[in-house]
Design a binder for this molecule. Structure first.
Ligand SMILES: [Cu+2]
Length: 217
């Protein structure tokens, strides 16, 4: 029976940097617009990793494995995700939130919410986010943000941009992020349409027979 660690190596092959399956991830993170986080980077970050996970899950099913389960970085990394066959260096820890409390899932990323505002937009709960882009930007604003802090606190292969997916915890961590994305899409995306659809569209509504014009004619 293959371990999760074995499965990753089987998926990517032994030469990670020339692996066709690793290429899209390396390419995504090396694009200038993604390094500089321009435009709708937050949405691109979430959407790219969602698709990257889906491809891996197709492979997993073919190998008789269940789809990736989400791992909450507030908890210890499960033993089933151990990463002994390292590419570069071993992890620094299997319990990152013990080393750095900033790995803990922020309350603003939960439906229940809390009293600590998200750093960029000042949201208190998942339902406060007005777009997928806002959500992605809060999760991955750059070094020191939640996403990167989990990577760097775990250390080892997880810190190597591009080839970090060789550590099985990569998938579990990104699946956790994707569960948050999916919860927002399922329960709150409808409100986003109101706020993030083209402002020009709203202006048109009012200037071409909308409420503002009703009395004038
Ligand atoms: Cu990541």
């Amino acid at each position: 029976m293959l371990t999760e660690d074995d499965l990753g190596w089987k998926y990517f092959g032994t030469d990670l940097r020339s692996s066709a399956r690793m290429m899209p991830h390396m390419e995504f993170h090396s694009r200038h617009e993604n390094i500089n986080r321009t435009g709708n980077y937050g949405e691109r970050f979430l959407t790219f990793h969602q698709g990257f996970l889906e491809d891996y899950n197709i492979f997993r099913r073919a190998e008789g494995f269940p789809v990736v389960g989400g791992w909450d970085p507030s908890t210890r990394i499960p033993g089933s995700l151990k990463h002994d066959h390292v590419n570069g260096a071993p992890r620094l820890t299997d319990y990152p939130s013990r080393n750095n409390a900033r790995c803990i899932t922020p309350t603003w990323a939960t439906e229940a919410g809390g009293s600590v505002p998200s750093p960029i937009y000042g949201h208190y709960q998942l339902g406060d986010f007005l777009s997928l882009d806002e959500l992605g930007r809060e999760i991955d604003p750059g070094d020191g943000g939640w996403h990167m802090t989990v990577h760097t606190t775990i250390g080892g292969d997880m810190t190597v941009m591009g080839t970090s997916p060789i550590d099985p915890v990569f998938w579990a961590w990104h699946q956790w992020i994707d569960l948050i994305r999916n919860t927002w899409v399922t329960h709150y995306a409808h409100q986003a349409a109101v706020y993030t659809s083209s402002p020009a569209g709203l202006i048109n509504t009012f200037s071409t027979g909308g409420i503002a014009n009703k009395g004038i004619r």
